[in-house]
Design a protein around this ligand. Structure first.
Ligand SMILES: Cc1cc2nc3c(=O)[nH]c(=O)nc-3n(C[C@H](O)[C@H](O)[C@H](O)COP(=O)(O)O)c2cc1C
Length: 260
């Protein structure tokens, strides 16, 4: 799907933000009504891991394509049954690669498997991230060149891409987003949860909005229309819900019935 078509479908709307251990195809499709985009995963790609499941798929190219295709197809079929053919959400996956090879292979596999928009997880942690330079550690100065290299690889692979960050890895994201925009990255997702205060860091989002014209996704403590509106007002183009969607299966229907 072209990025312009994706933005036309998700701008001003809500999406299901990825939750490792929860957001598999059945869960994502169960939230399809009122939801413009679902994010499967995280899919963590770690060659040395022996045990495989929905969140730790085998990074081997052929196996990864088959795995992703099964997830995306199941999500589309079940979403159509639940929300109707015309309301199938845009399909995204949150991918956590650990090597250059994983980035290249997963980008190609994602497109071949029929995913709509790839999200690079530069947000989480699986242990050993500082030394390895993965997850949220991609944003620290030591690993920023790798973040930019991986972002360029993803853009050049040909599918639209989101880079996802979280509040707290570094104090200021404005220089990073400017560089990402220059590379041709399509969208930036910021988790604005302030885990210390339990509040949304709106200033962080506003600063990023001022720094870039990139399509901006934001998530963090959205549990109703008011908390979603605050993120739109601070500059988000599309607002994500994770935890509250786990507890409340109707949250997308409830929020999307009100004008954002
Ligand atoms: C249980 C749980 C698991 C999560 N797993 C992931 C993940 O695998 N990848 C990721 O990028 N974010 C993950 N997140 C972050 C969410 O996608 C989201 O950005 C963040 O929680 C803010 O939204 P919320 O306050 O609505 O939960 C997870 C959040 C929760 C609560």
């Amino acid at each position: 799907m072209e990025f312009s078509e994706i933005t036309a479908r998700i701008k001003g709307k809500l999406f299901l933000s990825s939750m490792m251990g929860t957001t598999d195809a059945p869960f994502c499709s169960s939230r399809a009504k009122g939801c413009a985009m679902v994010q499967l995963g995280a899919f963590v790609l770690l060659k040395e891991r022996e045990e495989r499941n929905t969140y730790w798929p085998d990074p081997d190219r052929a196996k990864l394509i088959a795995f992703m295709q099964e997830q995306f197809d199941a999500c589309r079929v079940e979403s159509a049954e639940i929300a109707g053919n015309e309301n199938v959400p845009v399909i995204s996956a949150n991918v956590f690669p650990c090597t250059d090879d994983d980035v290249q292979t997963s980008a190609e596999a994602f497109i071949e498997a029929g995913g709509d928009i790839y999200e690079l997880n530069a947000h989480g942690g699986i242990g050993g991230d500082r030394e390895r330079g993965t997850g949220r550690m991609l944003f620290i100065p030591e690993h920023t060149p790798k973040l930019m290299r991986w972002s360029r690889m993803l853009v050049e692979a040909g599918g639209p891409v989101i880079i996802k960050a979280r509040r707290g890895a570094i104090p200021d994201y404005t220089e990073h987003v400017k560089q990402l925009e220059q590379i041709g990255v399509h969208a930036f997702h910021i988790n604005v949860r302030n885990e210390g205060t339990g509040e949304q860091d709106l200033e962080l989002l506003e600063d990023i909005r001022k720094a870039t014209g990139m399509f901006l996704l934001a998530s963090g403590y959205v549990k109703d229309v008011d908390s979603a509106r605050r993120l739109f007002a601070a500059g988000a183009d599309c607002v994500g819900i994770a935890e509250a969607a786990s507890a409340n299966p109707n949250i997308f229907v409830e929020c999307s019935s009100t004008n954002m």
